[in-house]
Design a protein around this ligand. Structure first.
Ligand code: AMP
Length: 142
């Protein structure tokens, strides 16, 4: 498999070289909003440790990401008044992966509303700021 490339955009976000709409962080993971959401509140959860995708991630790092994805999913249900949640993870180009640092998509879903196609539109900054503020409050139990 191709080696991890530390110049990918999510590695830059982790190093603070590129901004993000952060919603959650602990010693092992970072979660931030997808700037081209397929549904309102679409969030990405990534490990802090380098991993290209599901195929090379250390099981403990994957477990940290999964736990954080559950936290985000629970908070997103109330924040976005969702009816359900879709998780997605793409590995390698053939699997649909575009950014090569492992990430799990957490997408709040509403009955009868389809996901937008991937990367179909860049969300308005105000909407992203508002979503981040509300999700952070819910994650902090407020
Ligand atoms: P994939 O690798 O196919 O799972 O998709 C990568 C995802 O990252 C897409 O949903 C993009 O909209 C999202 N994305 C790309 N660049 C950024 C960024 N700078 N901040 C937040 N999300 C991003």
């Amino acid at each position: 498999m191709t080696a991890y490339d530390p110049n990918n955009i999510f590695a830059k976000i982790l190093r603070g070289e590129f901004p993000c709409y952060k919603v959650y962080e602990d010693d092992h993971v970072l979660a931030f909003l997808d700037i081209m959401p397929r549904a309102p509140g679409h969030t990405l959860v990534i490990p802090k440790a380098p991993a290209r995708n599901l195929l090379d991630v250390k099981p403990d790092d994957l477990a940290h990401v999964a736990r954080a994805a559950q936290k985000i999913a629970r908070a997103a249900m109330t924040t976005f008044k969702a009816d359900g949640i879709t998780l997605q993870q793409f590995s390698e180009s053939a699997g649909g992966q575009v950014v090569f640092h492992l990430h799990i998509h957490v997408m709040p879903r509403h009955n009868g509303i389809a996901l937008l196609p991937p990367a179909s539109r860049k969300e308005d900054v105000k909407v992203l700021e508002d979503s981040a503020t509300k999700l952070i409050a819910a994650l902090q139990g407020g």
